[in-house]
Design a protein around this ligand. Structure first.
Ligand code: AP5
Ligand code: ZN
Length: 217
């Protein structure tokens, strides 16, 4: 199956995608993670993406679609994919429909995590990640059992993202409302949209999500 996680920055898309991977054996495809990897690797696409990401805007559709297309063709995606952070505007949604049609696949559900703007800022400003395995944490909402030590891999190198600062968050939120939020209508028209309240704790949101995923399998 192909699932899309929609929702503003900080809504919990990455957190929930990782939980779905573990539970259902699907693969998380995060364009944000793929772009950060390209930046780190110093590729031409990464170089172009960096300035845009630091400013909180959307990277060009050409770059993002090319990165996603390559990743979709990797053999580990056969059990199903969870798209996290893609599509982010109507041209990307149309490109995705084409990419999937070429592979004789279709979207099973587009799930929108509904969070208000204030909660998003709180979640983003407290976020940090294990540099070794990518597990996400939060100063208030998800604290590792031993401070500074990753529950998942035991790593001790925790990092914060360059774009998780007050100025950039405002631009990311604006990009979301102007370009990404209208996708709800796109998927509603195709009968694929599910909206779930995502202001509650991580496990409550996960339970709602699992119910939808189970019903689409
Ligand atoms: P991207 O990496 O996709 O970032 P984002 O959309 O801003 O989303 P986040 O990763 O910030 O949030 P999330 O929803 O995954 O939340 P998380 O689970 O971490 O994109 C970054 C940039 O790349 C973009 O700005 C753009 O420039 C570029 N880009 C990416 N894709 C693109 C595309 N398709 N086109 C063009 N440009 C693109 O949770 C946040 C925190 O809250 C964590 O600390 C977590 O522990 C905590 N938390 C999660 N759920 C809960 C809960 N229920 N209760 C309490 N705390 C919670
Ligand atoms: Zn780790």
């Amino acid at each position: 199956p192909v699932l899309i996680l929609l929702g503003p920055p900080g809504a919990g898309k990455g957190t929930q995608a990782r939980m779905l991977e573990e539970k259902f054996g699907m693969v998380q495809l995060s364009t944000g993670d793929l772009l950060r990897a390209a930046v780190k690797a110093g590729t031409e696409a990464g170089r172009q993406a960096k300035a845009v990401m630091d400013a909180g805007g959307l990277v060009s559709d050409d770059i993002v679609i090319a990165i996603l297309r390559d990743r979709l063709d990797a053999p580990d995606t056969l059990q199903g994919v969870i798209l996290d952070g893609f599509p982010r505007n109507t041209p990307q949604a149309e490109a995705l429909d084409l990419l999937l049609a070429e592979r004789e696949q279709k979207i099973d559900a587009a799930i929108s995590l509904e969070v208000d703007d204030a909660e998003m800022v709180t979640r983003i400003s407290g976020r940090y990640t294990c540099a070794e395995c990518g597990e996400g944490y939060h100063d208030q909402f998800k604290i590792p059992q031993k401070p500074g030590v990753c529950d998942a891999c035991g790593g001790t190198d925790m990092t914060r993202r360059a774009d998780d600062n007050a100025e950039t968050v405002g631009s990311r939120l604006q990009a979301y409302h102007e370009q990404t939020a209208p996708l709800a209508r796109y998927y509603r028209a195709r009968g694929a949209l599910h909206c779930i309240p995502a202001m509650d704790g991580i496990d409550d949101v996960a339970a709602r999500l699992h119910a939808i995923v189970t019903s689409t399998r």
